[in-house]
Design a protein around this ligand. Structure first.
Ligand code: ZN
Length: 434
């Protein structure tokens, strides 16, 4: 396999920027990091000061495969990920059928491999057929390659089932990823319960819905000593529960999304209730949004995920109340966040943001994958090159994803991934030259 020498880059290793500016890749792995590396037979990629980062790791992406391939399939999703700088994507299991047995875990893995783009790692359901009744065969799915267990789209239906699943998933097993929501409070909701529900008359989803489910998970973990990961945190009070649980020393982790960090309920109002802003959990108050940035900085939030939720335009472009929940973002998420951070939180170090997109999420996966998201000698060469100067307008019509609308359509953003490599193989390159 050919060698590649990356020269003249600012190298981010998953935690910090390094003094060195060269990386040599051989046989799909990072063989050397340094300066003035000597390698005559390598292809040279000159960075001219751009960033070389570990490929982004997304713990939460929806592909509608099997069962809804017109919205997205594993191939289009894997290619969309590559074009967004993601080298690893965890596929959510709420497909049709739901991924709740080993053969379906294998289906996701094999289709992911065949796509030849971002690495697709499956998650499996907590409950059989995602029905919330009986526990699925968690350990067999783990053996087949599942990296999380979740009934995402819904919370685990009962506390007893959640408790049982947490007992089965100790140190070496995949984590339970809980979609924090109280089903009875969510029911029929459309938007955040607050300013936007009051102005629109749309039924609100109270922030307490999220907090109650987080409190439930923490209470069980406190009692049985397992660990739990809460996904797509959106609200201040739920986050505070997690902050306190961490202080207590409980093994509780969480993520938030690119869109909850960069948008709030006013975007729904200002758009005239455009369905592209309809998402669950809903875009919440400015105060909630600010609390997420605090949570990132004080370590309460472990990772940033896309919750990429693609819909065909015919399904998504409907009046607000009739449209499905979900924002598709794989191909612009990194730029959305980098651009927003630079304009609104210039003092937050870029390292912090990149860490929560690379080494931090990888560390929440089973051992086999924990070294993803790092640039170190001997590790797999999953690499994303980022041009902090590049400005591009988001144009969903050019996406690999089958989704054709998103909140940032037509908006110019600065700071984009420009090239993506998985195991030393280039899987995507921006049209413009590096
Ligand atoms: Zn969810």
């Amino acid at each position: 396999m050919k060698k590649i020498l990356f020269k003249g880059f600012k190298i981010f290793n998953g935690t910090d920027f390094l003094e060195s500016n060269e990386v040599l890749v051989e046989n799909g792995k990072i063989s050397k990091i340094g300066n003035d590396l000597d390698c005559n037979d390598a292809e040279i990629i000159d960075g001219f000061g751009k960033i070389l980062s570990p490929g982004f790791v997304d713990l939460h992406a929806h592909f509608r495969d099997p069962g809804g391939e017109w919205n997205e399939d594993i191939t289009s999703g894997a290619k969309a990920g590559a074009a967004g700088g993601f080298t690893t994507l965890v596929a959510m299991p709420n497909t049709k059928p739901a991924i709740s047995e080993p053969s379906l875990v294998e289906y996701v893995l094999s289709h992911g491999k065949a796509a030849g783009a971002s690495r697709i790692l499956p998650s499996g359901c907590v409950s059989k057929n995602r029905e919330g009744k009986e526990m699925a065969e968690l350990l067999k799915m783990a053996e087949a390659g599942a990296v999380f267990f979740t009934d995402d789209g819904s919370p685990v239906a009962t506390s007893a089932l959640l408790r049982l699943a947490l007992m089965y998933t100790g140190e070496d097993q995949p984590r339970i990823m809980e979609h924090p929501e109280d089903a009875s409070l969510f029911k029929g909701g459309q938007v955040h319960e607050g300013r936007v529900s009051a102005l629109s008359g749309l039924k609100g989803i109270p922030a307490a819905s999220e907090e109650i489910d987080v409190a439930r998970g923490i209470a069980i973990v406190r009692e049985i000593g397992s660990r739990i990961h809460f996904t797509h945190l959106s609200s201040k009070n739920a986050l505070e529960r997690i902050r306190q649980a961490k202080k207590e020393g409980l093994n509780v982790t969480c993520d938030t999304t690119f869109h909850h960090l960069t948008l709030n309920e006013n975007a729904v109002i200002n758009s005239g209730y455009n369905s592209r802003y309809k998402v669950n959990p809903p875009l919440r108050s400015i105060e909630d949004q600010k609390s997420l940035w605090e949570g990132l900085q004080d370590g309460t939030i472990d990772a940033i995920v896309t919750d990429h939720a693609p819909w065909h335009l015919d399904e998504k472009d409907e009046p607000f109340e009739d449209a499905p929940f979900g924002i598709a973002s794989l191909e612009c998420a990194a730029a959305v966040l980098i651009d927003f951070k630079d304009k609104n939180y210039p003092d937050v170090p870029l390292e912090l943001i990149l860490k929560k997109m690379t080494s931090a999420p990888a560390s929440l996966m089973p051992k086999k994958w924990q070294s993803l998201g790092r640039i170190e000698e001997g590790l797999l060469a999953d690499i994303t090159l980022i041009d902090m100067e590049r400005t591009r307008v988001v144009d969903c019509s050019t996406w690999f994803s089958k989704a054709r609308c998103c909140p940032w359509e037509g908006i110019a953003l600065t700071g984009w991934p420009v090239m993506t490599f998985v195991e030393g193989k280039m899987i995507w390159q921006d049209d413009e030259d590096l």
